[in-house]
Design a protein around this ligand. Structure first.
Ligand code: NAD
Length: 507
C-alpha cells in the first residue's frame, strides 16, 4: 500500500509568512541564541532567538511588581479600558495571529482563527467583569454593625502556558488578571515563542495607548528553568500553570512551600459515553472532532469512548469509515482537518502507546500509521480495548481513541470515573433521566460534563478546568476572576458601643 503524499510549504515560505505576521503586529523577534522557533509543519527551525536568563526573570518580576503598585489603585473600569483596547487589537490582527498559531502549533486554519476568537471573547468578558467585581454584604449578628466583603488586587501573576493553546490560555489569565488589578509575567511554552512575542507586543501597544504602567506585562522566553524561577519567587502571588500533570506535580508543592497560590490546569483523559438511545448521526461528528481534531492535542481531546455493547460494532464501523476520510496534511490547506503533531517526542509517545495497547489486548481498527513527510503526520487511531488497561488510564498527547464497552449505566459511569484525571466528559443519549444522572453528584466526576456534544471546544463564559490530577484550577469565565484577587472581610461598627461577637464579655 502506498502512503498518500503530503504537499507542504517550504521552511523558507513559513519563515517569510511568520515574518509578515510579526511585522503586521509591529513585533520584532529578539535575535540571539538559546531558543529555536520551529514549525511542526516541516519540523525545521525558523529562527534562532535570544533566550531569557533566570536573571531576566528576576528583573521581569521586579518591574511587574512596581507596575502593580500603581495599577492596583487604578479604578477597575479604567483597568477594563486597557483590556478593551487589547481586544480591538486582537480583532484587527486576528488573521496574523492565526498564521503564527498554525506555524508554531500546527493547528488548522479554522482552529487557529477559533483560538484568536477565544482571546477576543475573553477580552469582551473581562471588560464587563471590570464593572462587576462584586463583594457581598452579610447580615451582622451585632446591632449597628455592617459586615461586608471587598475584593482587592493580588499582585504579580506568573502565567506558565503549554504549546497547544499557545495564546488563548495566556489571554484567559491575563485579561482577568489585568482587570483585577494585577500585573502579569508570562512564560510561554518554549515551543511557541513567536505567537507569544506577537500577542505580548499587542498588549504593550494597548498599554502604551491607554497610558498604563509599561511593566504591567512582561514576557520571558525561557525553558523550564525560567519557569522554576517564577514558581519560586515570593513576589509572584499567583502561579497559573497550564500543562502536563508531571509539570503540575512539580509546580504545586513548590508554590505551596512558600505559601503562594497556584492555579493548575493539567492533563485530561476525557471520555464520552454513548448510550443505547443516542442519535449516532449527532454523536459521530462530535466524536470525530473531539478525538481527531487538533490532531489529538487538546487537553479536552476525547481519548476514551465508552459505548453500550449493543451499539459498539455499528459505531466503530462508522468511525473507521469517517477516520479513513480524514484529510491529513498542511494545516494551511483549506481541506485539511488533521495537521501535524508538535514534534518527534509526540510521535514516539503515540507509537509507544499503540504498542502497549496491543500488548494489553487492544486491536488497532483504524489509523496509527505515520505518513512519509517532513514533520510528524500521523493517521488518528481507533483502538478497541478489552477493558480500561494501564495505557488507557494515561494521557498520551496524540490522536488515539480507545473504545471500551459497557452493559449498564452504572458500569459506564464507573469506567468513566476510574482514571486519575478529571477534565472533560460527555454523554450522547436521548434519555433525559440518564442525562441528568450523568450530570448528578454520583455521575461524571469531571470539571466539564456535557450532554449530546463532545468533550472539547468549551466557551469562555463557563469556568474551565478539571478535578483530580487535572489540578482543580478554574480559568476563564463564571467567577474565575476571584482567583486573581484577594478577599477582605470588613466589619464596621457605627453603633457607638463596643459589642463583641458571640456575646463574649471582656472588661
Ligand atoms: P508541559 O507540561 O511540557 O509544559 C507546559 C509549560 O510548563 C511549559 O511552558 C514548560 O516550560 C513549563 N514547565 C515544565 N516543567 C516545569 C517546571 N518544573 N516548573 C515550571 N515550569 C515548567 O506541557 P505541554 O507539552 O506544553 O502541553 C501539553 C500538556 O498540557 C497536556 O498534558 C495537556 O493536557 C495540558 N494542557 C492542559 C490544559 C488545561 O486547561 N487543563 C490546557 C492546555 C494543555
Amino acid at each position: 500500500m502506498t502512503t498518500p503524499t503530503i504537499t507542504l510549504p517550504t521552511t523558507d515560505a513559513l519563515r517569510e509568512r511568520a515574518l509578515t505576521a510579526l511585522r503586521a503586529v509591529g513585533a520584532t523577534p529578539p535575535a540571539g541564541t538559546g531558543l529555536s522557533a520551529r514549525s511542526p509543519i516541516t519540523g525545521e527551525t525558523l529562527f534562532e532567538l535570544r533566550a531569557d536568563t533566570v536573571d531576566d526573570v528576576d528583573r521581569a518580576v521586579g518591574e511587574a511588581h512596581e507596575a502593580y503598585l500603581t495599577w492596583r489603585t487604578t479604578p477597575a473600569p479604567a483597568r477594563g479600558e486597557l483590556v478593551r483596547v487589547l481586544g480591538e487589537l486582537l480583532r484587527e490582527h486576528k488573521s496574523d495571529l492565526a498564521d503564527l498559531i498554525t506555524i508554531e502549533a500546527g493547528k488548522i486554519r479554522s482552529e487557529a482563527l477559533g483560538e484568536v476568537q477565544e482571546m477576543i471573547d475573553i477580552c469582551d468578558f473581562a471588560v464587563g467583569q471590570s464593572r462587576q467585581l462584586y463583594g457581598r454584604t452579610i447580615a451582622s449578628e451585632r446591632p449597628g454593625h455592617r459586615l461586608a466583603e471587598t475584593w482587592h488586587p493580588l499582585g504579580v501573576v506568573g502565567v506558565i502556558s503549554a504549546f497547544n493553546f499557545p495564546a488563548a490560555v495566556w489571554s484567559w489569565n491575563t485579561a482577568l488578571a489585568l482587570v483585577a488589578g494585577d500585573a502579569v509575567v508570562w512564560k510561554p511554552s518554549e515551543l511557541t515563542p513567536l505567537i507569544s512575542i506577537a500577542t505580548a507586543h499587542l498588549l504593550d501597544r494597548a498599554i502604551d495607548r491607554v497610558g498604563a504602567p509599561t511593566a504591567l506585562h512582561r514576557l520571558v522566553l525561557a525553558d523550564r528553568a525560567g519557569g522554576e524561577r517564577l514558581v519560586d519567587d515570593a513576589r509572584v502571588a499567583l502561579v497559573s500553570a497550564t500543562g502536563s500533570t508531571r509539570m503540575g506535580r512539580e509546580v504545586g508543592p513548590r508554590v505551596a512551600a512558600r505559601f503562594g497560590r497556584s492555579l493548575l490546569e493539567l492533563g485530561g483523559n476525557n471520555a464520552t459515553v454513548v448510550a443505547p438511545s443516542a442519535d449516532l448521526d449527532l454523536a459521530l461528528p462530535g466524536i470525530v472532532f473531539a478525538a481527531a481534531g487538533t490532531a489529538g492535542q487538546r487537553c479536552t481531546t476525547l481519548r476514551r469512548l465508552i459505548v453500550h455493547t449493543d451499539l459498539a460494532d455499528e459505531l466503530v464501523e462508522r468511525l473507521v469509515g469517517a477516520y479513513g476520510r480524514l484529510p491529513i496534511g498542511d494545516p494551511f490547506d483549506e481541506g485539511t482537518l488533521v495537521g501535524p503533531l508538535v514534534d518527534e517526542r509526540a510521535a514516539t509517545a503515540m507509537a509507544d502507546a499503540l504498542e502497549r495497547a496491543q500488548a494489553e489486548g487492544g486491536k488497532v481498527v483504524a489509523g496509527g500509521t505515520r505518513r512519509d513527510a517532513p514533520g510528524v503526520y500521523v493517521e488518528p487511531a481507533v483502538v478497541r480495548m478489552p477493558g480500561q488497561t494501564a495505557v488507557v488510564r494515561e494521557e498520551t498527547f496524540a490522536p488515539i481513541l480507545y473504545v471500551l464497552t459497557y452493559d449498564t449505566f452504572e458500569q459506564a459511569v464507573a469506567l468513566h470515573n476510574d482514571v486519575p484525571q478529571g477534565l472533560s466528559s460527555s454523554i450522547f443519549t436521548r434519555d433525559q433521566e440518564e442525562a441528568e444522572l450523568f450530570l448528578a453528584a454520583d455521575g461524571s466526576d469531571c470539571g466539564i460534563a456535557n450532554v449530546n456534544i463532545g468533550t472539547s471546544g468549551a466557551e469562555i463564559g463557563g469556568a474551565f478546568g478539571g478535578e483530580k490530577e487535572t489540578g482543580g484550577g478554574r480559568e476563564s469565565g463564571s467567577d474565575a476572576w476571584k482567583s486573581y484577587m484577594r478577599r477582605a472581610t470588613n466589619t464596621v461598627n457605627y453603633s457607638g458601643h463596643l459589642t463583641l461577637a458571640q456575646n463574649v464579655s471582656f472588661l
